[in-house]
Design a protein around this ligand. Structure first.
Ligand code: DGY
Length: 321
């Protein structure tokens, strides 16, 4: 009988993904309601042909050693892959894949949800309604206008572009910053490429859509927050360490900026001291891609990558960087 590939899955995924996986390989899954411990991970990957891993699994030389030289692929369930030592994988001829595109809408949508919630104080209003009463008055819980304002998008990749395109319904002026101008971004959004400092000075809303790399760690710190308008709002749905969270807490406390909407945190699942005491921050627990449809689609992309690798074909979503 032909040998089916053997795959380790570091966390139980939605049922349609597990079903699809069952069709193409033999797998073992960490079925605990928590991430695999380091020991479980090192044991689980041993002798596998491929591994389906999550953003909270650190994949490095020790894991590649534990898996063994027959292991062709680590398929990350997510578009970001800062949890994976990609250069080390490439040195060993191990493929790394991610799940781009299928989560563009969901992630852009959560950035909009946070923008609205922060600008219009939705979470604060919700807390108030649950704990006390209110009396309508002209200067009660004033927020910030959104329509017609300037939107600054840092990172002009697929998610940043999707997010910026959605601003068209709100007649916003779009500025963007990144490594280089993007004709596609400009065609889709009407955005203008500017140096990052200019974007920070001019924008009413600044939204981050960059991957986490050594260059983007603490891209937004005290200096950058100081350049922003006192009425501006920062949105981060990319990766927590892109923002110096301690500096952000100080900027929010001193009203250097008006507010922040955050889906990601520097030391997840913890937040920087002082952050959760602030009313001018709205926080969600890293749920950018967390919709029923998107989480299934991400898994199907990961399984397609595994299927290709098991057949000896180059997987479609290879990370080349
Ligand atoms: C990703 O895909 O990188 C997200 O952060 C997880 O949905």
């Amino acid at each position: 009988m032909e040998r089916r590939g053997s795959v380790y899955v570091t966390r139980l995924l939605p049922a349609p993904i597990m079903e699809r996986l069952r069709e193409i390989c033999d797998y073992e899954v960490n079925a605990e309601p928590r991430p695999a411990t380091r020991e479980e991970l090192l044991r689980g990957v041993r002798g596998r042909d491929a591994v389906l891993c999550l953003l909270n699994d650190r994949i490095d030389a020790e894991v590649y050693d534990a898996a063994g030289p027959q292991c062709r692929l680590f398929a990350n369930y997510g578009v970001g892959y800062n949890n994976i030592d990609v250069p080390e994988a490439h040195r060993r001829g191990v493929w790394i894949t991610n799940t781009p595109d299928v989560l563009n809408d969901a992630t852009a949508d959560i950035a909009w949800a946070l923008l609205f919630a922060t600008a219009r104080r939705v979470a604060e209003g919700d807390r108030l309604m649950r704990s006390e009463t209110f009396s309508w008055q002209p200067e009660f819980m004033l927020g910030m206008d959104i329509t017609g304002r300037t939107l600054g998008v840092i990172g002009a990749g697929r998610i940043g572009r999707n997010f910026a395109r959605k601003s068209r319904g709100f007649d916003m002026k779009v500025l963007y910053a990144g490594r280089r101008p993007s004709p596609e971004f400009e065609a889709e959004t009407g955005g203008r490429f500017v140096p990052m400092d200019e974007l920070l000075r001019e924008s009413d809303f600044v939204s981050l859509h960059v991957p986490l790399t050594p260059e983007t760690r603490h891209l937004i710190g005290e200096r950058e927050l100081g350049l922003m308008k006192r009425t501006a709002i920062l949105i981060n749905t990319s990766r927590g360490p892109v923002v110096d969270e301690g500096a952000l807490v100080r900027a929010l406390e001193s009203r250097t900026i008006w507010g922040a909407g955050l889906d990601v945190f520097e030391n997840e699942p913890d937040t920087a001291p002082g952050l959760s005491a602030l009313d001018n921050v709205v926080m969600t627990p890293h749920v950018g891609s967390a919709t029923v449809e998107t989480r299934v689609n991400m898994g199907l992309v990961a399984v397609a990558n595994i299927a290709a690798a098991l057949e000896g074909r180059e997987p479609p979503n290879l990370v080349r960087a």
